[in-house]
Design a protein around this ligand. Sequence first.
Ligand SMILES: NC(=O)c1ccc[n+]([C@@H]2O[C@H](COP(=O)([O-])OP(=O)(O)OC[C@H]3O[C@@H](n4cnc5c(N)ncnc54)[C@H](O)[C@@H]3O)[C@@H](O)[C@H]2O)c1
Length: 442
Amino acid sequence: MADRYLHVTGTAPGRFLTRRLGLPQPARLRRWSLETQSLDGPLLHLTAGESTVTEELATVLAATGLTVARGTGQASRPAAVVLDATAVATAAGLGDVHAALHPVIRSAAPGGRVVVLGVRPSADDHHQAAAQQALEGFVRSLGKEIGRGITVQLLRIAPGAVASAESTLRFLLSPRSAYISGQVVELTGAAPDPVTDWAAPLAGRTALVTGAARGIGASVASVLARDGAHVICLDIPQFQDELTRTADRLGGSALPLDITADDAAEQIAAAAPGGLDVLVHNAGITRDRRLANMPADRWAQVVEVNLDSVLRTTDALLKAGTVNRGGRIVATASIAGIAGNNGQTNYAASKAGIIGLVRSLAPRAAADHGVTVNAVAPGFIETRMTAAVPFFIREAGRRMNSLSQGGLPVDVAETTAWFAQPASTAVNGQIVRVCGQSLLGA
Ligand SMILES: NC(=O)c1ccc[n+]([C@@H]2O[C@H](COP(=O)([O-])OP(=O)(O)OC[C@H]3O[C@@H](n4cnc5c(N)ncnc54)[C@H](O)[C@@H]3O)[C@@H](O)[C@H]2O)c1
């Protein structure tokens, strides 16, 4: 079901009418394509207070390929604004955040990016903790009010580890993150694995994507293949034709397999003799009913596919050493797992379970196996799953976010590809919502 409202507001008469009626004005998002590989304008590098990482940050920002200007008043229409607020440690210091951004925020280019850089709120210094936590409220509010397709994020870096943030800054300051806003990403200090080619960071690597026959999974497979990976596309045997078509198109291979099969991990290991560098748990189902009307089998099917099979295959593949060192595991949560949803006790439980799995396993997987574990939490994404939702709920899902539109499978895929990068070693244990800053669970 195409988003007709987005189409109408993309025309001059439609824009005029909807503005007069006070209706939402979704901006047309500028996503990555061969023609649109970077943001359309300069990057403004601002600092609040006395930062100790200014020069290191300048080096990383220069690597984005954008033209960098430093200081307020130095770029007339910035497509990206990066505010280094790592030094803000007191309530008074928050005045520097206002002083830096207030004069420039109106001039940010449509479809632009604002990234505030912070550090983890301290457990020992409650003044620093207050000031750094304040940045979260600030960023989430700015995301809601800024409009014009501009996104706003808070990126917390580990002390002295600016270089670990390169893959994340490249992602957040690019068209690849068009549907992500109001997020807080916290990096560890782990050094990035070397990247020889940022245009094909997964060259020579093998990825496996579950649920790859269609929807988000097919898009994830194709973006990972674009980034150079050999992709093994897994889906249930009933979808073998679609699966083979997707795999052939990407030069990958097809693995028809029900992920809930007892020997799923063994079959995956056999299909990847050189091991896996990227494992994407995307397969998922819904069997909606209110709890009072939900039979045990509908409950069990959803928990089995969405959570239990993810736990089982992850454990088995890590234990067998099938996930190579430097590997990346990406699981799929949902904003329903954060906010809850009417009729989805089973689904929301399974997706919240994914969040628990990621947070708990991530530090151990890094320490024991050199593997990161993260999750995407999609909001309303235009797929067959959401096309089946009744009209009014579908429209609400599309509009109730800061960008006033649904996301596309490629938005989830680009986020997965950022997690999957060798340079994203410092991105671990993160749940990143790809939801246009949905009001649900905000
Ligand atoms: N579409 C959205 O708005 C949205 C929002 C939040 C989360 N998600 C999650 O994103 C993921 C993909 O969603 P989608 O919209 O592309 O759904 P989809 O139904 O279009 O695709 C899911 C795929 O998973 C496969 N699959 C299901 N059970 C399987 C099993 N037992 N073994 C192997 N493959 C299996 C299906 O055959 C299908 O190809 C799911 O985990 C879903 O819960 C989607």
